[in-house]
Design a protein around this ligand. Structure first.
Ligand SMILES: Cc1cc2nc3c(=O)[nH]c(=O)nc-3n(C[C@H](O)[C@H](O)[C@H](O)COP(=O)(O)OP(=O)(O)OC[C@H]3O[C@@H](n4cnc5c(N)ncnc54)[C@H](O)[C@@H]3O)c2cc1C
Ligand code: SF4
Length: 324
């Protein structure tokens, strides 16, 4: 690990001041991702700004929904949250391990680095880590790579479970910078790689995520998260689905389906949502939506199995919701 200047501000304003004009500064929250990247010299910030002293914890409820502080831990255990947004709590509980969830924060989870093994090993070429260097994964082991939204420059998938649920819930991140406050829909937070995979998200340099706002929506309470992974815990998604459905008199009026583990950002399955609207949630509709969820998939031979996994997680989630 290289040396760095360590600061622990007591206010958001001080935190922003400490990173302004320091392009090599990084915020650290739970540190469960960043510290491993420092250890492996994937990231080498000259200044580390520890935000754990900032007043950014806790949940604040209102008629419009809930505001979750950026430092709220992934282990958050709140019966009201679980009842209002089952998909979010299930996604959180499916991630990492209890120890990591106790430490990991909402802000850090959304901004964690990709899990592509070549990104995390500096001896391999990686456009995301080192723009223009090439992509070792393109000719390497592709089992874990994306089937939607990838580019010739990068084929990695986004790792966060929580982000997939938040996109399904139409959530927004609240961001503070020296130029003021901005709100960014979580669906627009992460970028597709295109030719610039190193530009991973929509934050401007020095901006701090201070909260996530999850609106009250008719479909939020009838929602679930299904994740397929290589073992029952401590593993990232091979494919996952965050699904939320609102029905009136047995007919689906609105639906959200967002996929994880298959694209460089949480991937809205719009065609599958369309297959549900105006229909009864019976076996035929579930099957049509599961099939539609793979529209536009471009698998490689070694990750083609993910197409069937996507159908499986969507089918399972909708079947569960259909029984409610
Ligand atoms: C073994 C293992 C298994 C895991 N499995 C899963 C899994 O199945 N699903 C899953 O979703 N995750 C998984 N994770 C990832 C884990 O959830 C993340 O490491 C964690 O959520 C990151 O949160 P943190 O607070 O520790 O972030 P940090 O490590 O502190 O920071 C991560 C990044 O976010 C930036 N950052 C942090 N907070 C802010 C903020 N408020 N504003 C702006 N930038 C900020 C940091 O600068 C850094 O770039 C796993 C991790 C490990 C080690
Ligand atoms: S897939 Fe993306 S993250 Fe992985 S080596 Fe290629 S450029 Fe890097």
């Amino acid at each position: 690990m290289d040396t760095f200047d360590y600061r622990r501000p007591a206010s958001v304003r001080e935190a922003l001041r400490l990173v302004a004009g320091h392009p090599d500064a990084a915020f650290v929250a739970g540190g469960t991702d960043l510290v491993t990247l420092l250890r492996d010299r994937v990231r080498t910030p000259g200044r580390l700004v520890d935000i754990n002293g900032l007043p950014l914890d806790g949940l604040r409820w209102s008629r419009d929904g809930v505001r979750i502080g950026a430092l709220c831990r992934n282990a958050v255990d709140d019966p009201r949250l679980a009842a209002a947004y089952p998909v979010l709590v299930r996604a959180l509980r499916s991630g990492a391990s209890p120890q990591i969830r106790n430490r990991a924060t909402f802000g850090g989870n959304l901004l964690q680095g990709v899990r592509c093994p070549y990104f995390r090993l500096p001896e391999f070429a990686c456009n995301r880590r080192d723009p223009g260097a090439g992509c070792a994964a393109a000719g390497g082991d592709g089992r874990l790579l994306g089937i939607f939204g990838t580019s010739a420059a990068c084929v990695a998938v986004h790792p966060s479970d929580c982000a997939v649920a938040l996109v399904a819930l139409d959530a927004t991140v609240v961001v503070e910078g020296t130029r003021g406050t901005r709100r960014i829909p979580v669906g627009d937070l992460h970028r597709l790689p295109g030719d610039t995979p190193h530009e991973e998200h929509a934050l401007r340099p020095g901006e701090l995520v201070v909260a996530v706002e999850v609106p009250a929506r008719p479909f939020a309470a009838r929602s679930t998260y299904v994740k397929f992974r290589e073992r029952a815990s401590y593993a990232f998604a091979l494919a996952s689905a965050a699904v939320a459905v609102h029905s009136e008199h047995g007919v689906v009026r609105d639906a959200r389906i967002c996929l994880g583990g298959v694209a460089p950002k949480p991937w809205r399955a719009h065609a599958a949502e369309r297959a549900l609207r105006g229909e009864r949630l019976d076996a035929a509709t579930v099957e049509a939506a599961a099939e539609a969820a793979t529209a536009g998939a471009r698998p490689r031979p070694d990750n083609a199995y993910k197409v069937e996994l996507v159908r499986g997680v969507v089918r399972r989630a909708l079947t569960e919701l259909g029984e409610k």
